[in-house]
Design a binder for this molecule. Sequence first.
Ligand SMILES: *Cc1c(COP(=O)(O)O)cnc(C)c1O
Length: 370
Amino acid sequence: MQPIPYVQFRDFPAGLEAEVQQAVLEAVAAKQYVLGPQVRAFEQEFARFNGTSAAIGVGNGYDALVIALKAMGVGPGDEVILPVNTFIATVNAVLQAGAKPVLAEPDPYTFNLHAESASRLINPKTKVILPVHLYGQTCPMDELVTLAQAQRIKLLEDAAQAHGVTYKGQPAGSLGDAAAFSFYPTKNLGALGDAGALVTSNPELAAFAQKYRNYGEAQKYTSEQVGINSRLDELQAAVLRVKLRYLHRLNAERQRLAEVYLQELKGIGDLILPVTAPGCSHVYHIFNIRTKYRNKLQAWLSEQHIQTSIHYPVPVHLQPAYAFLGYAPGAFPVAEELAATSLSLPLFPGLTDAEQARVIACIKQFFQRN
Ligand SMILES: *Cc1c(COP(=O)(O)O)cnc(C)c1O
């Protein structure tokens, strides 16, 4: 039996791989390797795609978050509210900016941060709310925008899992004051290595980020502010320009595969399937199911040579390295239950119908025997 990978890079749609290779060769031949024409063009195209006035290419998604926080003036003494059930990068970025991460419970069905949960944590030190469009579904942004505006605090979207998704027709990335994207290879829009971008329609935030990622330079050897080196690579920009043109097709394929899982797994055992909230949409960076038999199901699928993953097995507050934040076990019952019951199924552009059918059949078999 051929193993079914959790994720694999495949030539989907057919010919995309060759187009990417061609773009890399051309960028190599152009001999401009840092902040050249490919980066400039990608920044324009990505800003247009997201409906923002600017996009700034940086080294990775983590740096995009840190730079956005710095641009918002976040530093020591400030607090940033974020969901407890996120990838560790979101929390690290807040710590890197020198601020205190304040963790919030997610919604039990969409797994996303919501205004009611965030509002309970607001105090005079709160500078930013940092919602994460987790697994590819937008957060309930209307209520978060209203809350942030009423409290005069900034809203930074972590859109690392949400390329091309919309909320009430508006693209993720254009809903807050700024947004951070990662182009880690497995993301919905993935480079061939590390890459990221910050998008915003706020000219001051854009101007800060533009300089900060390149040693604070507005012109060569003129540092107007302290900065770092976190630049998007010219070769990665060339790759991203090609893949951006296919992003809607890649997301549509993810949505098609998700619909099949949703149809076929409905009512099986105690499974809880992903829910898309009204006004929100979902591009299924991750297809997350829940069952109290999670560990057994994962072991069974593994015996059938089906690889799965868990997002995320240990919530931030229970990670040994983050004990200093001072949260006890039991502090976030929703997130802790999610961590104990979640399983991510194979879903990526290029997964075949036969492979998906086998995943579904094996899950049904598991629940018939249990
Ligand atoms: C991937 C990811 C990041 C970090 O992106 P990198 O490019 O790996 O630094 C941040 N937040 C979330 C939610 C992510 O999924």
